[in-house]
Design a protein around this ligand. Sequence first.
Ligand code: AGP
Length: 609
Amino acid sequence: MCGIVGYVGAENSADVLLDGLKRLEYRGYDSAGVAVHVGGNIQIRRAVGKLRNLEKSLRESPLVGGVGIGHTRWATHGRPTEVNAHPHIAGPVAVVHNGIIENHLALRKELVAKGCTISSDTDTELVAHLVHLEVDAGKDLESAVRATLERLEGAYAIAVLSEKEPGKIVVAKHSSPLVLGVGEGATYCASDIPALLPYTNEMIFLEDGEMAVLDETVRITDREGKTIEREAQRIDWSPVMAEKAGYKHFMLKEIFEQPRALEDTLRGRLDRENGDINSDEIGLTDEDAKAIKRVIFLACGTSNHAAMTGRYLVESLARVPTLLELASEFRGRDAVVGEGDLVVAVSQSGETLDTLIAAKEAKAKGAKVLSIANVIGSAIPRMADAVFYTHAGPEIGVASTKCFSTQCANILMFSIWLGRRRGTLDENRAKELVEGLARIPQLMGDVLQGTRQLCANLARRYVNARDVLFLGRGLSYPIALEGALKLKEISYIHAEGYAAGEMKHGPIALIDSSVPVIVLAPHDSSYERSLSNLQEAKAREAQVIAIATEGDEEAREVSHDMIEIPRVLEELTPFLTVVPCQLYSYYVADFKGTDVDQPRNLAKTVTVE
Ligand code: AGP
């Protein structure tokens, strides 16, 4: 997730672009840049880190001109360096881009073969070169961009300038957001409404497959160049509402962003035809996969719960002995680890100190380290032998939600990849899993819409509960832990996540009529036993909430309330069962009036002992 902005008008464009980028910084903040038409040339300024660094560079060396594009980056391809920062230039062309170009490896090869010098690790620079080649072949900018789009697979919102056509910006969109603004003698584009609100309330939303040329007016066309008439809409949001896209908290926004975050994470990685995972970027070879004797997952907090799904999945799909270790307990204890071990370090931030140190210790003893991280170029990916990034975009709420589900997606993809290479997962079964995974974003969207109100009602009913129990078996156990962690983090209610089979070994003593017990009982291989747990809890007069498969009358009978999720393969249930747990926790905290996005005593990234 990155932010793009563009301006054509009489003001100094660098000021408008900087101001717009400030309002888009929530979409990415590892580097930023602008390109402005100055005289007959395009000039750029780029800077690593927060926007204030770009601001400083523009103060020291201003750009004066009325047409420009800007970008704030959340790295997906290549580390957050100045060379990887947007805009990217090729000949007379400058491009900013939000999204992921899936076929970037093939395009890079092709462009290198044609003699292009590619200076960054980004997919975006390839777009700039493609447009440049078309311009060199005699096309005007609009036609050159149109021809380039034919070559792109993946998601993009792009804004393009050319020195040969100084008064205009050409934009295009597919799967990434882009809104156009129509002001008094000025036109704008941006990834999101807040960037434009101080300048205009008249906005046009570009649809997938559409392009537009911005000069004194806005002209929208389809891919064939046919003009599309669309009236501007008046948007009367306050800037704060706009930043959270109308949601009350970032956490709620991020919960609802999960289908999009998953789509971005899965994009280009599922090989549906062969039942496999495209793994070029992981950097582990087939030989590496075969040589692994043991997999050890290391993580903290929510990432540890995602890693726990890996313990089940790697064992069942790839038949490799698998351990799960809290990084804080692994480090410093001189664990037995070494050659033949693959350590999978899971961390949203990629900076968690315990995970970093634990992974370094394992590497020093001869283990290979695979990092699953969300922040490109962070410390753990940098020290790891191989990296498999999630593409959730920046997560602002301290309580992790969309990063958890994307971590689970990467872990499942890694397990399929490993199983295929080790011959433990046959093609048909892998195809089923890959197909099922491809449908998850859509199903998750359905669960979000379908369970939101019930979760809010239940949260209202139990807002004053002193204790809450979450129970689950197998792949629902990590989700029970995650549900309990979410609730305690943001509502400060004591919550326990337990392996349901352990209930009778102790926690059952906690149960009375004041305790809500949330039992995860989807149709899976533990279903019958989960049903018994529901019955046991109800018999002890607990307030029983089942999260179960739609139409499950047995579960409904033995619970007070049932939250329904669609039937999916067992390996995919975590993506759906986690949603009601997140929503329930969110609404309890909201009704209690706690600081949902910045709960007390917690930090987003824990880089201290
Ligand atoms: C999640 O809601 C937490 N705030 C926390 O447990 C977090 O998952 C943990 O600190 C690990 O962070 P990481 O994923 O950045 O390593």
